[in-house]
Design a protein around this ligand. Sequence first.
Ligand SMILES: [Zn+2]
Length: 266
Amino acid sequence: MRVETIEPDDGDGAKRSPIAAVGGVHGDEPCGVRAIDRFLETDLRDRIRRPVKLIVANEAALAAGDRFLESDLNRSFPGDPNGDAHEERLAHDLLREIEDCFTLGFHATVSDDRPFGTLADPTPRKARVMRALPLDHAADFTGVVEGRSVTLPGFVNVEAGYQGSDAAADNAFDCLVAFLRATDALPGDVTPSPTGHFRVRETIEKPPGRSYRVHVENFERVPAGTTYATVDDRELRAAEPFRPVLLSADGHDTLLGYAADRVGQL
Ligand SMILES: [Zn+2]
């Protein structure tokens, strides 16, 4: 794990609580790392006015180009300092690093090229940050997942775009700057925009099969009866209306994605 800590020069700023951004939670999603490295090369770093930690989490998995080495870091919280798996120990170390921070994590997907946010247990601060980031939608995983970064207090994520793309790295950089402005770590205006609030209600399991296709757009309403995916020659139809989140044919071994409802705006 690489941790770059930026301390402001002035004494009052240095006393404020730290802000963190974490890239490379998954080793095959380099967008956040690219955003962090790009930020460190700009003169924006000299304008930081409260302590900021820029963290590259799973360096070994990044070097391997794999999502993880031994266990999925994003499913390993709170971790274990004596755990057998590299990512169990890393989850523990990462959590210690960010325990006092309000934190933005970076991910990428194979389901959507538009950036969107993920969060759980929305607070006014989380909602304010989501509105400040350049994204239209936020998926709320409250009560649906456990042991993930999104369920940590004071933690939100951005899914910055398609895995490995330049666009995802650009989106991640824009989100990093907006995040630092929204948390008053950087001077500059934020232009908040309403962010659609999508409450995830359940997982959509992946039935056994050889070939998978998805026929609907994430976040767009799927009416009841719609064929939203096919598995080999079998059609999967919506029993009731839903909004797909992270729905993709090849994103995960056992999940096609999630079903959500739009509940308003953050
Ligand atoms: Zn990820």
